[in-house]
Design a protein around this ligand. Structure first.
Ligand code: GTP
Ligand code: MG
Length: 457
């Protein structure tokens, strides 16, 4: 058990609210409760996991600071597995600060960002994957992102990783049995078993790596850039998807000059939509600047909606943009379907997915949303009990490293490498997986991870 000093922080957001919560964790929490919180006229002991009504009093002057409800959660049945005190006071900026100040004057120290969760991790209540998922739960903006984060927080991803490690440890135990007998080679039965275990681990890792793109997209969202020549209806499309008049729409070509960015939830997928200036040759220097900005943003976008006006023939301006889109993920959006079709989609565009829409009548908008969603999510059942996905680059990189070692082990096993060398690779693979779950994660990486948390979590 990792024992430390006592930390405290305001756990509720800064500002006004019904209640504010001050959280205290560490060995001094019971003493702080006794000293600060008066029930009726007395200061007494608090039974664990019971809710009490009382008042926080100033430790120096004994004046009442606020009327509170408090609960003491004795170790190890608490968030951090230490003694935890939670004080609910009125949710004002100043009053929460004064309660915290009283706690600090009783000997607690101000917690660092994420320090409560870090203690939960260091005390073994949760692993690092689960700790990271806590912040994802807090930050989730869509149902799908939240459900992925909750799966990880509950330990589903950790369970898969534990299975990988169990397999590798089993293999390592078999290999190590032969290290003590240098004159013996690994017998065929053991060799078969080692290979089976490592292949199993490899299969599990591959399955997780395959799900990474989807997991990342659900967690971080994607950027979708709306591009096209002037007047094709780009801003109208943004407004239609947002269901609000966000961007100016006029019949004058060159209306949008700047990039307009809005976040929208499409079937649970967080999309950052960018409306841009229409691409064309122009003398107007403001518009030129807009065109330059659009072209600059194209490489960074995850998906381009290439909007064409179906009521006008394909021309040089459309062509200019098409040339700028090579190697991008593109959906061709044929707008103004309410007007007679006068556009022949050129052959090279036919290869890309095309959706006909009208922002005027709403025709095709659902199809377009479906096409955007399908570009990133390939029919996995996010809501199913079994759904597990990697969603962080850090996890992906560590598993890729483990994968490399395991592939080497399988190859070396076949060519009869000595057990010492196999053991080294197996240990390296175990270390790499351990970096994900936290057993072997270096301290500076841990610092970086918990720095992203809020204070009080
Ligand atoms: N008939 C019809 N007109 C549309 C449709 N969508 C947009 N428009 C009209 O097309 C004109 C241009 O629309 P915008 O949304 O401003 O076009 P834009 O691509 O953003 O244009 P720029 O900002 O100039 O690049 C406006 O008069 C819209 O009302 C549609 O589906 N059908
Ligand atoms: Mg516009």
């Amino acid at each position: 058990m990792y024992v430390e000093d006592t930390i405290a922080a305001i756990s509720t957001p800064v500002g006004e609210g019904g209640i504010g919560v001050i959280r205290v964790s560490g060995p001094d929490a019971p003493a702080i409760a006794r000293r600060l919180v008066r029930r009726g006229n007395v200061n007494g002991d608090f039974e664990s996991h019971r809710f009490y009504y009382g008042a926080v009093t100033d430790p120096d002057t004994a004046d009442t600071v606020d009327e509170v409800m408090v609960v003491l959660m004795g170790a190890p049945r608490s968030y951090t597995r230490e003694d935890v005190l939670e004080i609910q006071c009125h949710g004002g900026y100043l009053v929460t600060r004064r309660v915290l100040d009283a706690v600090l004057r009783c000997g607690a120290r101000l917690a660092e960002p994420g320090e409560f969760t870090r203690r939960a991790f260091l005390n073994g209540r949760i692993d690092l994957v689960q700790a990271e998922a806590v912040i994802d739960v807090i930050r989730s903006k869509t149902e799908a992102a939240l459900s992925l984060a909750q799966h990880q927080r509950e330990g589903r991803l950790s369970g898969r990783l534990d299975a990988v490690r169990d397999g590798l440890r089993h293999g390592l135990a078999l290999v190590e049995a032969f290290i003590d007998f240098p004159e013996e080679e690994i017998d065929p039965a053991s060799q078969g078993e080692i290979e089976e275990k490592t292949r199993e681990a490899l299969g599990r890792i591959d399955e997780l790596l395959d799900g990474f793109d989807e997991g990342r997209v659900l967690r971080e969202g994607v950027s979708v850039l709306i591009a096209g020549k002037p007047n094709v209806g780009k801003s109208s499309l943004l407004n239609t998807i947002l269901q609000e008049k966000r961007a100016i729409v006029t019949s004058v070509p060159g209306t949008t000059r700047d990039i307009i960015e809005e976040v929208v939830n499409v079937r649970g997928l967080p999309l950052r939509m960018l409306d841009t200036a229409g691409i064309r040759e122009t003398e107007d220097i403001v518009e030129q600047e807009g065109v330059r900005l659009t072209l600059e943003k194209i490489p960074q976008a995850d998906l381009i909606l290439f909007v064409l006006d179906g009521s006008r023939p394909f021309d040089g301006d459309d062509r200019m943009l098409l040339d700028a889109l090579v190697e991008k993920r593109v959906i061709v959006v044929l707008n103004k379907a309410d007007l007679p079709l006068r556009l022949d989609v050129p052959g090279e565009l036919g290869k890309l997915g095309t959706v006909s829409i009208s922002t005027a009548t709403g025709v095709g908008i659902d199809d377009l949303k479906g096409a955007i969603f399908d570009t990133f999510i390939h029919g996995r059942a996010i809501d199913s009990r079994e759904y597990v996905a990697l969603s962080q680059a850090r996890h992906r990189d560590a598993l890729a490293k483990a994968r490399e070692r395991i592939t080497a082990i399988i190859a070396n096993l076949a060519s009869g490498h000595p057990p010492e060398l196999l053991a080294v690779d197996l240990k390296d693979a175990l270390t790499a997986v351990g970096e994900v779950t936290g057993e072997t994660t270096p301290d500076d990486i841990l610092d970086m991870i918990f720095q992203r948390f809020c204070i009080g979590k």
